[in-house]
Design a protein around this ligand. Structure first.
Ligand code: 6GU
Length: 259
């Protein structure tokens, strides 16, 4: 996949693009990431990329020319038409499903606007407008990094087997259950005994149940749309009853620290 990031702050991307899994994906030629400095497409010697809003008002507005011409440059560089995403808090909210869709695009352009706003005509360039949540960032750069990171995880080969996206929260519509490593007891906090038994079938079932429990307690909205098997529904029923009992007893999430 080719990803072009159009930004006024290309230097913000180097820690993300040059670290860990994103770096490895590039070394393996699974993704090619190019940051494009919008200032390189300014028309004057001062490299002006923003201007006062027509009609007056506070703040500056990102001019259309640098963005249109940067996209033209990408088209030329590729020799074909990329899929263009504009990062804006007014866009569709990013989800695991959208990230997966984007991962299937051979050529992706992420436009990260900055300043108080951008000229409305820039919207005409975009096939999709994306937000990463209901809060406002000072610029689209962090959002572009989030979109990039969330998407490339779905490109086959980017994650190793042990990192597989299949086991993640959301991959099957449920949250991941709890995980533990050694020691088996720390400050009186114990690892659930079932995990120490080596009974793989029982452990699988326990993990599925705890994934359902966690989703019920934290994101019941996800549970409503997840496609649960008959066995999942039985586990859900058990979890609901256990949680009722726990509530009556005043449960504290297994955090009874004793030393
Ligand atoms: Cl894509 N941009 C900005 N500036 N703020 C945001 C956002 C995007 N998504 C959430 N907040």
């Amino acid at each position: 996949m080719n990803v072009y990031i159009l930004t006024l702050f290309p230097e913000m991307f180097s820690p993300v693009v040059n670290t860990s899994i994103v770096k490895r994906a590039q070394e393996q030629d699974l993704v090619r990431i190019t940051t494009v400095d919008l200032r390189d497409f300014a028309h004057d010697a001062h490299k002006t990329v923003d201007d006062y809003p027509y009609g007056g008002g506070p703040g500056m507005v990102l001019k259309p020319e640098p963005v249109f011409e940067a996209v033209d440059w990408v088209r030329q560089d590729l020799g074909r038409e990329p899929f263009v995403v504009l990062l804006t808090p007014q866009g569709q909210t990013l989800s695991s499903g959208l990230a997966k869709e984007l991962a299937q695009k051979p050529d992706l352009v992420l436009i990260a606007g900055h300043y108080e706003g951008f000229d409305e005509r820039i919207r005409c360039l975009a096939h999709m407008e994306l937000s990463i949540g209901d809060y406002v960032l000072t610029g689209g750069e962090l959002a572009a990094m989030v979109v990039l990171d969330a998407s490339i995880r779905f490109i086959p080969g980017v994650l190793g087997d042990s990192e597989s996206a299949l086991q993640d929260s959301f991959s099957d519509g449920l949250l991941e259950g709890p995980q533990y490593t050694r020691p088996a007891e720390y400050r009186g906090l114990k690892v659930p005994e079932i995990l120490l038994t080596g009974r793989h079938q029982d452990i699988s079932r326990w993990r599925r149940k705890e994934s359902i429990r966690r989703t019920l307690l934290r994101r019941p909205d996800l549970l409503k749309v997840a496609d649960l098997t008959f066995e999942d529904r039985c586990l859900l029923e058990q979890v609901i009853n256990e949680e009722k009992a726990n509530k009556a007893r005043g449960d504290n999430r297994g955090c009874n620290q004793t030393n």
